[in-house]
Write a protein that binds this ligand. Structure first.
Ligand code: PXL
Length: 280
């Protein structure tokens, strides 16, 4: 069985980060070791007065303990990181646990819809782009891509020339595989673009857009993408699986009329996801 180290926060309510990564990746038959970076009562998107217990002090001792046990990871998956210090500690974690054949996936969680999440400053993006240099795959949305490249956010719609330019510039930062989320060429469809610098292939996956902005979807997408790659799918196939899974979970949530801050119904979408992965 393959094993991934998932380094994200735990937001108790709101279905994102570890409360998504753990069930989704485990359902796909992959063991998940969790390294929580913080414990919050809810995620920070749209809620006020959330609690925030920082776990920066625990990161290095947890890494040291895992190292002493000679635990190996087939992949390391990072998401929401709360500070520069955490970026440094996670970079050190990569140096310790990187092997010749494992995979580092960094989701540079820090912004969406043209805006930084309110707990971050613009300098954080510089630190995050440094961490991305060490990754094999990065999964930014369009806002995060602009921040990583020090460019102005473009609200879209986009065209292939703009997207392929972004993909190549992101790859020039270091990672050989790029998955850009929130891509759309018209108002009807939304999806992801992938670039593999090894093969030069650029591919797109789209589904019909569901109106509204649902929280936690980046983590549903990233977790599904990693699970698919670890189950042997190519990057572009994995992005298609992740786009279908995320969109289907959003559709169920929209149909139920759930508050958009409460996360999406990925749980009841897992059977479809496993059929798509052909491991049901
Ligand atoms: O889903 C990204 C995410 C993860 N963790 C926390 C967040 C967010 C996005 O807002 O606030 C704490």
């Amino acid at each position: 069985m393959k094993r991934v180290a998932a380094i994200h926060d735990i937001s108790g309510f709101g279905k994102c980060s570890l409360t998504v990564a753990l069930p989704v990746i485990s359902a796909a038959g992959i063991e998940v070791a969790v390294l929580p970076t913080a414990v919050l009562s809810t995620h920070t998107g749209g809620f006020t007065h959330f609690t925030y217990r920082d776990l920066t002090e625990d990161i290095q001792p947890i890494a040291d303990h895992w190292k002493s046990l000679e635990i190996k990871f087939d992949a390391i998956y990072t998401g929401f990181l709360g500070s520069f210090e955490q970026l440094d500690l996670v970079g050190r974690f990569f140096d310790t646990f990187k092997t010749g054949d494992n995979l580092i996936l960094v989701d540079p969680v820090m912004a969406d819809n043209g805006e930084l999440y309110k707990i971050f400053t613009p300098e954080f993006a510089v630190g995050m782009s440094r961490l991305c240099k060490k990754a094999d795959i990065i999964v930014p949305n369009l806002t995060e891509a602009a921040l990583l490249l020090g460019e102005t956010y473009n609200p879209g719609p986009y065209d292939e020339k703009y997207i392929s330019g972004l993909l190549k510039k992101l790859s020039d930062l270091g990672p050989k595989q790029i998955v850009l989320t929130g891509v759309f060429f018209n108002e009807k469809e939304l999806g992801a673009a992938t670039y593999d610098a090894g093969t030069g292939e650029i591919a797109y996956s789209f589904e019909n857009r569901v109106p509204g902005y649902y929280h936690g979807t980046g983590d549903v997408f990233g977790s599904a993408l990693l699970a698919a790659v670890m189950n042997g799918f190519s990057l572009s196939e994995a992005a298609g699986i992740a786009v279908r899974f995320t969109t289907s979970a959003i559709r169920k949530t929209a149909a139920a009329g759930t508050d958009i801050r409460f996360g999406v119904n990925f749980e009841q979408t897992i059977p479809e996801f496993l059929r798509d992965l052909r491991i049901d």
